[in-house]
Structure formats: C-alpha cells, structure tokens
Design a protein around this ligand. Structure first.
Ligand code: ATP
Ligand code: MG
Length: 460
C-alpha cells in the first residue's frame, strides 16, 4: 500500500514525476538487460557523415557532466550509410540545463519542449529523455488516447520505449563510438524491416501520425513494414481525422519531399490512409487527367530531390490541388461568374476547404495562388500581355506549372512550346510570334463608353 503510494507519487524509479534522473544515473545499471552495445567494428558507421555541430553539442553536454547521444533518424541513416539530413541529440539534461550549457540556444515547443542549439547555419535539436506517463487522465492524453503533451522526463530506456520504430530507437555515443540498441533496431535495419515498438494498436492510438511515418519511412529507406506493424493500419486509418491539421501538413510535406513521394502515395492508398488528407488523394487520383497531372508533378519532385536539388513546397501543393481548383473554377463560371473572378473565388474556396483537414502554411498559399492566377494569362498570346507575364517574378514557377498541364494532356503541347520559344527569342522573333488579338482581349481593352444621352429615341 505504502509502496504503491510512493510509486504513484515518485514514479517507479523513486523520482518525482516530471523530474529527470541525475547525470550519470541512467548509465549502466539503469539500462535494460536487453540493451546491446554495438562497437565501431560492428556498426561500421562512417564518422565523416556526422555533422561537426552534432559532435560539438554532444561534447558540450558530456563535458558539463550529462549524458548525450545522437539519436533517432540520424543513427538509422548512418547505419544505412545515408548522409542524415538532420541530427537530433538526446540527453538527461533538462531543457533549462541544455539552455545554460550553450550560449546560442533556445527552448522551444509546448507539446514537446526541446532546445535548439545553433552553430552557424546548422541547428541541432536537443531533447531530454522522455519518461512514462504516470496514469491515464493525467492530462497528457485525450479521450481517444492521443498524446497531447509529452513533457515527462525519464531514463534513456524509457526514452527508447517511447520512440516509434526499433530502427529509430538507437543512441550513438560519439565519444565511445558505440551504438546503444534497446529494441534490436540494428538487426531490424540489417534485415530491412521497419517494426513498431510495443503494441501497434496502442502506439497508433497514442499518435496516429505514426501510421503516416510508417508508410513514409518504409518507402524512403526501402524497409519492409513488419507484419504486425502493418496489419492494424487500415482499420485505424480514421484516427488521422483527430490529428491537428498543421501537424498533418508537416508530416505530409516530409512525405512529399522525401524523394519517394510516388511510392509513398501508392502505399498510402494501399493502406487506405489517403482519405481526407488532401482532396487530391480522394478525388483527383480517381480522375484520369488529375492522376496523370499529380503523378507527373510528384515524379518531377522526386527526381529533383534525388538529384540533390531543392523543391518548392508552394509549387508542389499548387499542383496537388490544381484539379480541384479547375473544377471549382468551371462551376463558378457556370454560375455566371466572369472568367478571372471565378478563378480567384475557386482558389480561395479550395484553400479553405483544404485547411479544415490539413492546413497548408500561409507562407505557401500566397505563392500557390500566384501560380494559379498566372495560368489564364498563358493563354493570352497577343499584344503586350506576353511581355508583361515574362517580367512576373514568379514567371518561372508559372511556366513550369504550365508545362505540367501540357504534359498531362490538359492543354495542347503547342502552348508550352510557344512559351519556351517566346522566352528565349529575340525582339523580332517575339513580334512575329504574337497571335492576333483574341475577342477576350479586345473586349477588355475597349474603354468603357459613357452612356450616350438618348437623343434619337433609342434606349441605351
Ligand atoms: P527523417 O529522416 O525523415 O527526419 P526521423 O525518424 O528522423 O526521420 P524526425 O521527425 O526527425 O524523424 O524524428 C526524430 C526521432 O524522433 C525519430 O527517429 C523517432 O525516434 C522520434 N519520433 C519522431 N516522431 C515520433 C512519433 N510520432 N512517435 C514516436 N517517436 C517519434
Ligand atoms: Mg530526423
């Protein structure tokens, strides 16, 4: 009874809930018996792939008397001999202690407090080992079991158990060159397997985004989803509806920019995870022209990323939602809206509708709208208009978008080719390329006449 009470108040390890272990306390005797220490000769991590900023961060924390490890995706990528795109550090120092250790650092986050340590251009994310929640109803989970806050600190082994996949629960100590493996992650990586830690249903209920992560990471890393990890996903897909739209956006953005978007979308569909995420995934993929357009855009993005180039999220999301915009544009015209206002209305309608499920950041929506708004202007090839369009600061994005529309069969190839030539041509050639004024432009140019006074008996 007394023991139970003490456990409730102080947690299993005798620490008050929310407090971390002292530096050094989790080493050796605190580690699970199942933990394996994998030495440099076995793991064969190439130290040249590790960022100097990550090494300095670990070193700074260790010199201050704390434990510090490179953790998560970076260790997984190092074991696969992929250069990691970012480095996370896990430590037994509290965010305040980390903040005090590094002059250029700041504490961020609410749902998950952590510290950003800045080294020149590079930012290293440092998180304190997370512990177990004390009980249900502790305010950290909602009614469906989703974790809404995660700021209970704990030991390294508790931290490992809370991570999503075995391949992501590896800790690399750069000083000893050792990998600490609590869930057989190294063996899973070698067997090309992505396996969730713990009871899959419970882990997906705690955080449904893990289902998207499973799909994304398996496509990106060429790992096969282990059977029990994969099995419940279809049944639990609806849980994604409960996830805040901004978080879904962040995860989908990672998926689209992974270099393996086509594969990931295929897997999302196979797992029935696509419903409701983006209208495109529900509707557009079912229209032959829409699917062709989206797949071309994703293929373009994948090729760019795999070639080490950047890809603009605004452009990508503009393509993903285009066929929705097109449809709404047509409907607005049928309702009697003029061409251009009908398009602007459609753009706003679709962005708003999308925002209910997966909120695209404002910094992207402005450019998306510019790209869309430019499209009817590509069809005007007479007078001064084509020259004006060329000077638009977003011309290149608008033109690339046009080429995709042509390639997908939505517009004649000839239109894209015309713009390719026009942009490169000299003055004379440009003049000769212009088409005669279309009715639309003539109508627009005609100055508005004042109503003449009714002098000859005709009504105005
Ligand atoms: P990427 O290579 O795309 O960055 P990642 O696995 O590193 O993949 P991050 O979002 O950077 O993904 O997360 C870093 C680490 O944090 C993960 O490797 C994992 O250990 C842990 N993690 C991230 N998201 C979750 C989650 N939803 N549930 C549990 N652990 C998570
Ligand atoms: Mg990462």
């Amino acid at each position: 009874m007394i023991k139970q009470f003490l456990q409730k108040v102080f947690g299993k390890r005798g620490l008050p809930p929310g407090q971390i272990s002292e530096p050094g306390q989790t080493s050796k005797k605190g580690k699970s018996s199942a933990m394996q220490v994998i030495s440099a000769s076995k793991h064969k991590i190439n130290p040249k792939l590790i960022s100097q900023a990550a090494l300095k961060t670990c070193d700074g924390l260790q010199k201050a008397g704390f434990e510090a490890y490179i953790v998560g995706g970076a260790v997984r990528d190092l074991l696969l001999n992929h250069p990691p795109k970012d480095f996370d550090i896990a430590t037994n120092a509290t965010p305040e202690q980390v903040n005090k250790t590094f002059r250029r650092s700041r504490i961020i986050g609410r749902r998950f407090r952590l510290v950003h340590v800045l080294w020149g251009q590079e930012t290293i994310e440092v998180s304190t080992f997370r512990g177990h929640h004390q009980s249900e109803g502790d305010g950290e989970t909602n009614d469906s079991g989703r974790i809404i806050r995660d700021n209970i600190f704990g030991s390294i082994e508790e931290d490992a158990v809370r991570r999503d996949f075995t391949a992501n629960a590896l800790y690399y100590d750069p000083k000893r060159h050792e990998v600490l493996d609590f869930h057989n992650g190294v063996a899973d990586i070698r067997a090309k397997t992505l396996r969730i830690i713990g009871d899959p249903v419970k882990r997906y209920q705690e955080d449904p985004v893990r289902m998207l992560r499973a799909v994304r990471l398996s496509a990106k890393l060429g790992l096969k989803l282990e059977h029990t990890t994969e099995a419940p996903i279809r049944k639990l897909a609806d849980l994604l509806e409960d996830v805040p739209p901004s978080r879904l956006f962040d995860e989908m953005l990672k998926l689209f920019l992974s270099g393996h978007a086509i594969e990931s979308i295929g897997a999302l569909r196979a797992q029935h995870l696509h419903h409701g995420l983006l209208p495109l995934l529900d509707v557009v993929l079912e229209q032959p022209l829409g699917e062709k357009f989206v797949m071309l855009a994703l293929k373009n993005t994948d090729d760019r990323i795999l070639a080490g180039k950047s890809s603009n999220p605004s452009f990508l999301f503009a393509t993903l939602l285009w066929h929705e915009v097109l449809q709404a544009w047509l409907e607005n015209q049928k309702r009697g809206e003029p061409l251009i206002p009908a398009l602007h209305l459609a753009m706003n309608e679709i962005i708003d509708k999308q925002g209910e499920k997966m909120a695209i950041h404002n910094r992207y929506t402005a450019t998306m709208k510019e790209i869309w708004a430019m499209q009817p202007r590509f069809e005007q090839r007479s007078g001064k208009r084509p020259y004006a369009l060329l000077t638009n600061p977003k011309y290149r994005a608008g033109y690339d978008f046009l080429l995709l529309r042509c390639a997908s069969g939505e517009l004649p190839e000839e239109l894209g080719e015309w713009w390719t030539r026009f942009a490169d041509a000299g003055t004379e050639e440009r003049t000769s390329m212009l088409l005669p004024d279309s009715g639309l432009q003539k109508r627009r140019r005609r100055p508005r006449k004042k109503k003449p006074a009714a002098t000859n008996g005709e009504s105005a």
